[in-house]
Write a protein that binds this ligand. Structure first.
Ligand SMILES: *Cc1c(COP(=O)(O)O)cnc(C)c1O
Ligand code: SF4
Length: 352
């Protein structure tokens, strides 16, 4: 039987982007260097959603020479996944939930990805590691929720995904499964009725859709989202705050209204993590808070996400609110209190 999830998906070549007028010939040498460091892939759906070079869709997927700039604070493992890994493929930071990195493949490679050092390395988690991860979950009754991420779990073949969900459904203490994915937007043709049925059969499966700009929500993507919700699958969204892409109240408001209308509840607005070569995307904390204050003036609570920082070093996510953030001793220096009451330093990019 052919398992398409085992077949490597083609990378997008710099040459193709240049031919399509999305990158300049002068940039070619630099972009080839970027391509050696970080994978490049754009789906036909997202290629079609790009209206012009450097627009909010293009800037997320088309590489830039700015990625060759590494700032000292940028980390290989920006959110500290590795520090909380009891067995390969699993991150267990909070008692009641684990992340299962079921594959490292994505249909697109986002230029700001917080896991850009590892995505695309290999395909699905090897069978022996998957078994060890499932054994750990089965042996740990405190775990109530499994978060499938990667990579992108919806790049797995339907058959493989069904098998993983079936194995999870035999673990009695699990209430909920969450799938963090970009697929309904970047490759909406994958959201078939069969896939929806498989998701519906699992212990309550939620989808958390990663989407950053309303321009990504093509008519086909909207249909795919509607199909999931029509099959009774609850949906949340997560968005990364990105300089030059969605760092305006208008862009965020348009996105949040579109999502709510599509029956997707905005969940997280992530401050951009300290991944290598991403500083050009990072706003300051104050810029993010100002945007959130404006959104609170404009939007109902049904559409407001939580603005959060994943504290560098593996200290977990915290809401970017006065409870957790106090001014440090210089502008752009923050003292951040984690969920366990410990404080950490955070510095905005422009002030280091
Ligand atoms: C974000 C995250 C989760 C999920 O946490 P929620 O805040 O409940 O969405 C779980 N585990 C890890 C390691 C995380 O980083
Ligand atoms: S889809 Fe997610 S994991 Fe994959 S490259 Fe984009 S941000 Fe990273």
């Amino acid at each position: 039987m052919t398992d398409h999830s085992r077949q490597p998906r083609a990378r997008t070549r710099v040459y193709d982007l240049e031919r399509d007028g999305l990158t300049a010939p002068e940039a070619r040498a630099d972009l080839e260097r970027v391509a050696e460091e970080f994978r490049i892939r754009v789906t036909p759906e997202m290629r079609g959603a790009i209206a012009e070079p450097a627009d909010p869709v293009a800037a997320q997927f088309v590489p830039s020479a700015k990625e060759l700039t590494t700032r000292p604070e940028e980390l290989e493992d920006p959110i500290g996944d590795d520090a909380h890994s009891p067995v390969p493929g699993l991150t267990h930071r909070y008692p009641d939930r684990v992340i299962l990195h079921i594959t490292k493949t994505c249909d697109v490679y986002c230029r700001f990805c917080f896991r850009r050092e590892t995505v695309g390395e290999t395909g699905p988690l090897p069978e022996d590691q998957l078994t060890a991860a499932l054994d750990y979950i089965a042996a740990t009754p405190a775990i109530r929720e499994v978060i499938l991420t990667g990579g992108d779990p919806l790049t797995l073949s339907t058959r493989r995904l069904a098998s993983v969900l079936e194995r999870l459904s035999t673990i009695p203490h699990l209430d909920q499964i969450r799938l963090h994915t970009r697929v309904p937007v970047v490759a909406p043709e994958r959201i078939t009725d069969t896939l929806c049925h498989i998701l519906r059969a699992a212990p309550t499966a939620w989808i958390v859709l990663h989407t950053n700009h309303a321009q990504e929500l093509t008519p086909t993507a909207r249909t795919a989202i509607a199909r999931l919700v029509d099959h009774g699958i609850p949906m949340l969204s997560q968005t990364v705050l990105l300089r030059g892409i969605n760092d305006s109240a208008d862009a965020l408001e348009t996105l949040l209204r579109a999502l709510t209308k599509l029956r997707v509840k905005p969940y997280y607005l992530h401050h951009c993590d300290l991944a290598r070569g991403t500083s050009h995307f990072r706003t300051t904390i104050t810029e993010g808070r100002t945007l959130m204050a404006e959104l609170r003036r404009r939007c109902s609570g049904t559409m407001l996400p939580n603005y959060v920082l994943d504290i560098p070093g593996g200290h977990g996510k915290v809401p970017i609110t006065a409870d957790h953030f106090t001014q440090g001793d210089s502008p752009g220096h923050w003292r951040v209190t984690d969920r366990n009451g410990r404080t950490h330093d955070y510095r905005d990019p422009a002030t280091r």
